[in-house]
Design a protein around this ligand. Structure first.
Ligand code: PLP
Length: 383
């Protein structure tokens, strides 16, 4: 039991959480969830060490739920569980590390190509794995420039593509059908495509006209965050990869009489329950509606800013609205994530038109005070 002072600290912290629950307009976490039905399971030491498809001596695992959730995600990305394997990772970074590890074991000589807008963890993973890599230029919307890929690709070695499907800054989606045709045209014989779908993997399977995101589109592995878009209350992601490429990373674990295909040793047994809860509590139709709601909100923000002469824009199927950079005071007040001469506003599920109206109003006032019209025009227009 905690003493009085420590109890009090927790009470103060709880208050801070309650007050700031809806704070984020610069990050893609949603706060429209309720996991009270899962609370009991914090009373047990759940551990999903190893492969959820294998027998494991450690009884307090949530493998049955993990398998069901993973199969759902495999189908959402147009794969078949007999061809695709996956697991619930600690987050997007681990999912990307796993995908790149599988790629490196398949093509030890391969070179990684990734856009300059890729998440910072991509470079971290590449360093950890000791892989060679080349950064590819991006266009003004943050998308990989395919002609630069054609120019930089080494046709004598396998190409490992780290495609960004929803960039952190601009919500940019690299088009892997363009990537694949660029590689083929250049004469690359062997390639591996990994999709960093941390962000837009929570959008593209649920819209009418998606950019390429699925196994049918040519991905060999991909990762999608449960925190960004699905409403997981703690970091978690789903990582998926073709089974045929997994042989090289499998290892046996004697002391729990199982084997392991994952990056971690002990794995969180609670987050697979969250993944399962997400797919059970929300129907496909409900997910589609929720995504549409967020996309409509993003378009609303763009329209309102444009109407007032501010050159804000968003990419197709993106909830990330890019706008000119306001004052530091505004950025600090709203805990925004600035980049270059821009900021972004990410329209998550707990937002409403009226909550965004207030933000838009404050932003316009701030622009009038701090920016001249020259600066307003300097941010790229989507027209
Ligand atoms: C958030 C994010 C990641 C990293 O995910 P974590 O869960 O924070 O490890 C990777 N790539 C992109 C594009 C992201 O948005």
């Amino acid at each position: 039991m905690l003493n009085y002072a420590d109890k009090n600290r927790l009470a103060i912290f709880k208050n801070l959480c309650e007050t700031n629950k809806y704070f984020n307009v610069g990050y893609p976490e949603d706060f429209d969830f309720d996991y009270s039905e899962l609370k009991d399971f914090l009373d047990y030491s759940l551990n999903n060490c190893g492969d959820h498809e294998a027998y494991c001596n450690y009884v307090l695992n949530t493998f049955q739920f993990e398998k069901e959730a993973v199969d759902w995600f495999i189908r959402a990305f147009k794969g078949e569980p007999k061809d695709i394997y996956g697991y619930v990772t600690h987050g997007g970074t681990e999912g990307n590390l796993w995908g790149m590890w599988i790629a490196r074991e398949k093509y030890p000589e391969g070179i990684v190509y990734l856009s300059k807008d890729s998440h910072y963890s991509a470079a971290k993973n590449i360093r950890m794995l000791g892989m060679d890599s080349k950064a590819i230029d991006i266009d003004q919307y943050g998308v990989m420039v395919y002609s630069d890929l054609a120019k930089k690709v080494d046709t004598s070695k396998p190409a490992i593509i780290f495609a960004t499907i929803g960039s952190t800054a601009r919500g940019a989606v690299d088009d892997v059908s363009e990537v694949i045709s660029t590689l083929k045209k250049a004469g690359v014989k062997e390639y591996y495509i990994h999709g960093d779908q941390a962000l837009s993997g929570a959008i593209l399977p649920f819209v009418d006209d998606p950019q390429p995101y699925s196994f049918e589109d040519g991905f060999d592995s991909l990762t999608v965050c449960l925190t960004k878009g699905f409403g997981s209350p703690m970091p978690a992601a789903v990582a998926l990869a073709k089974r045929k490429n997994l042989e090289n990373i499998s290892c046996e674990i004697d002391y729990i009489k199982s084997h392991d295909l994952t990056v971690a040793g002990s794995r969180n047994g609670f987050t697979p329950l969250i993944a399962w809860y997400i797919i059970k509590a929300m129907s496909m139709e409900c997910m589609r509606e929720r995504v549409k709601y967020k996309l409509d909100l993003a378009q609303y923000v763009v329209d309102e800013l444009n109407k007032n002469g501010v050159k804000a824009w968003r990419s197709k199927n993106s909830i990330t609205v890019v706008a000119p950079r306001p004052s530091e005071a505004f950025i600090h007040k709203h805990k925004l994530a600035p980049f270059d001469d821009s900021i972004h506003i990410i329209t998550t599920a707990h937002n409403t038109m009226s909550s965004l109206d207030l933000l838009i109003y404050e932003l316009l006032v701030d622009y009038d005070i701090t920016l001249n019209s020259e600066l307003r025009r300097s941010v790229v227009s989507k027209e």
